[in-house]
Every structure is written in C-alpha cells, then in structure tokens.
Ligand binder design. Structure first.
Ligand code: URA
Length: 206
C-alpha cells in the first residue's frame, strides 16, 4: 500500500466532518487491493459493516462475493468502497450534506487506486459518479467512458437483488459485461502532449 493511501486511510479513520461520526462504531474506509483494475462503489456501511469495519460483509456482501466468483474473481482481486464511510443510523438513506462531506475521500481513493473500471452499485453511487438524476434501471448494463480514461459500469445494489431473483439475473449480465470490459486491452497511455484540463472533469463529483 502506498504511503499516500495509508495517509488517506488514517485521515478518514478519525473523520468528524459530519454528524455520522457521532453514531458510527467505526469508519469503514474500504477493502481489497489498492492497485486493483476494478473498483466497486456501494452506498454506505450497514449494521455488520459498522461492527466489522469492512464494506459488504453482510448478506448483500455475500451476494457481491458470489457474483464476483461467477466471473472468476475474488474480493481480494478488487477494491470495494462506499459513497459514505460511516453508517447512517438505522440504515436510513445518505443525506446530501453527508455525501458532500464524504465524497472527497472517495475521489482521493479513486485517484490513488487508479482502477481501469469503476462499478457503481445502486442509485446513490451511480448518481454521484455519473452526475445524473436518472435512475439505475435505465443506466445499468452499459459501459460509460468516464474520468481520466476510466470506464464506469452501473449495476443494481446487491441488497435490492436480495429481494428479486430477476435482479440477480440482470446483475449476472452486468458482471459478465464487467469481465469482458476488463479483458479488453487497456487504453493507450495518455498523450505526452499537454492537454488542457476539461473543467467538467476537474469538478468531479461536484
Ligand atoms: N451496502 C452498501 O452499500 N455498502 C456496504 O458496505 C454494505 C451494504
């Protein structure tokens, strides 16, 4: 793990930027390979994650692990994080000011991990990273060209799929797409000619 990544994690672990610091058991920063090609972004820690300090360890996490296994990958091969690093009380929806306080940690995680493919799980992550109000049902199952040459794939949140076998089938299709996208050759290195920064990209998550 790079020093910069360790410093970022240490900073996040003592964060008091929002009210969730008062009710969390601990900060759930993220887990997995900090050099992964594939990064998942969920919504927020739930009861089990808050207790164990690791994202996606409950029932939704077991489904995520199963879907990964079906495309020949393990949790250790990827990086898993959430939009919010702290559990909202009673698993209520994240509030906008909490997302605004927390999104800088996610942005810096993405910069340092530098994955080729980012997968958003559910509406909150998808709306934040694609900067859209469109719902996940319309956005899922496609590959979006994204920030710094990365590709973004949106899919359902595994907790929603726990309630619907049809959604599990759709997620299996999306995971097959993740696999084929990763199998494509990496994009060529950026041009050495300085390119003017795109203001859209500079205001990532704005
Ligand atoms: N749901 C999420 O979005 N993230 C977790 O870590 C667990 C459940």
């Amino acid at each position: 793990m790079s020093e910069a990544f360790t410093l970022l994690r240490d900073e996040a672990l003592v964060c008091t930027r929002c009210r969730l610091a008062n009710t969390r058991t601990q900060v759930v920063f993220g887990v997995g390979d900090p050099n992964a090609d594939l990064m998942f972004v969920g919504e927020a820690p739930g009861f089990n994650e808050d207790r164990q300090g690791e994202p996606f360890v409950g029932a939704a996490g077991q489904l995520l692990t199963r879907l990964l296994g079906e495309i020949g990958m393990a949790r250790e091969d990827v990086y898993i994080a959430n939009v919010l690093k702290c559990r909202p009380p009673n698993n209520r929806d994240p509030q906008q000011d909490e997302i605004d306080s927390c999104k800088d940690y996610l942005r810096r995680q993405i910069v340092l991990i530098d994955p080729r493919v980012v997968v958003t799980l559910g509406n909150f992550a998808t709306k934040l990273l694609l900067r859209t109000e469109t719902g996940i049902t319309r956005l899922r199952g496609k590959v979006y060209p994204w920030w710094r040459g990365k590709q973004l794939i949106a899919t359902f949140h595994p907790a929603a799929a726990l309630r619907s076998a049809d959604l599990v089938t759709e997620m299996q299709r999306d995971f097959a797409l993740i696999r084929t996208t990763l199998e494509q050759p990496p994009a060529p290195p950026p041009s050495t000619v300085p390119v003017k920064e795109d203001p859209e990209q500079m205001s990532l998550f704005a």
